[in-house]
Design a protein around this ligand. Structure first.
Ligand code: ZN
Ligand code: ZN
Length: 262
């Protein structure tokens, strides 16, 4: 199978490279498809959302034409459940959830271990598992609210949990997996494609992509499919974890990584 990546951020949101720099690197690496997925402007995501959605849209649209004979470019968005409507038609939507909004306050899952710990302490009296269960209570609505083609990083709450260390909660506990299963089954009513996401590897927080093995098994049993998203914020990480993702897909019975039919 050729290389592809549907999850890429640029200077239009919180990435380090321009879309054109990304395209040139993708061509150099031999990708046949590169998908852009700028962060939608959304509540709680202000610090990393697209600053000018129109400019992002125009830029990637131009690149699609310019490089059409060299690579397939897909113009997408990573739409958070709190996203504002931006009135654009995208080739694809990655549906995502990042921050719990409770009583008017955002509790972030992916900023830093310290911020996660503060949220766990304040919201759940230090009980990490209870926090993760509340996280999945939001995640279950991702596909319904965002109308996505791919559900992003479904167990993002594990970003700072370590690969196998269970720093904040046990990813194999019955209660944790029951909450994850319910969220996966709810999403499956609207979207059956889940992302194997290597974003936490590039930032040094994990050595393996999300989701954890037990979550991949749940997706498989539920009849879902998996695809690849590097969640890349720099051209150096466009394919980081692709081979691991492919291996995981095979190991958990998916056969291969699924591609979008666009
Ligand atoms: Zn995300
Ligand atoms: Zn992302």
């Amino acid at each position: 199978m050729g290389y592809f990546n549907y999850h890429t951020h640029t200077t239009y949101c919180d990435g380090k490279n321009t879309p054109e720099e990304i395209v040139l690197e993708a061509i150099r690496l031999g990708l046949d498809t590169i998908g852009f997925s700028g962060h939608s402007p959304a509540g709680g995501c202000g610090h990393y959302a697209l600053k000018d959605v129109d400019a992002y849209y125009d830029c990637v649209s131009r690149l699609k034409d310019k490089y059409s004979d060299k690579i397939k470019i897909l113009l997408g968005i990573e739409r958070d459940i709190y996203a504002y409507d931006d009135n654009h038609d995208y080739d694809f939507v990655i549906g995502a959830f990042h921050n719990l909004l409770i009583d008017g306050k955002f509790f972030h899952t992916d900023r830093s271990p310290e911020v996660l710990k503060e949220g766990i302490d304040e919201l759940c009296g230090g009980d990490g598992e209870a926090f993760a269960i509340r996280y999945y209570d939001f995640v279950k609505d991702v596909a319904r609210i965002t109308g996505c083609d791919i559900v992003a990083h479904i167990d993002l709450v594990t970003k700072f949990n370590g690969d196998f260390e269970n720093k904040f909660f046990d990813v194999h506990s019955e209660a944790y997996l029951a909450a994850a299963r319910e969220a996966i089954e709810e999403n499956m009513k609207y979207c059956n494609l889940f992302e194997i996401n290597s974003g936490a590897i590039s930032r040094g927080w994990r050595k393996t992509p999300y989701p954890d093995s037990a979550i991949l098994d749940i997706i498989h049993v539920a009849g879902g499919k998996v695809t690849f998203g590097a969640d890349s914020h720099a051209k150096e990480t466009l394919l980081l974890g692709f081979d691991q993702a492919e291996e995981l897909a095979k190991k958990h019975g998916f056969g291969s990584l699924t591609r979008l039919k666009i």
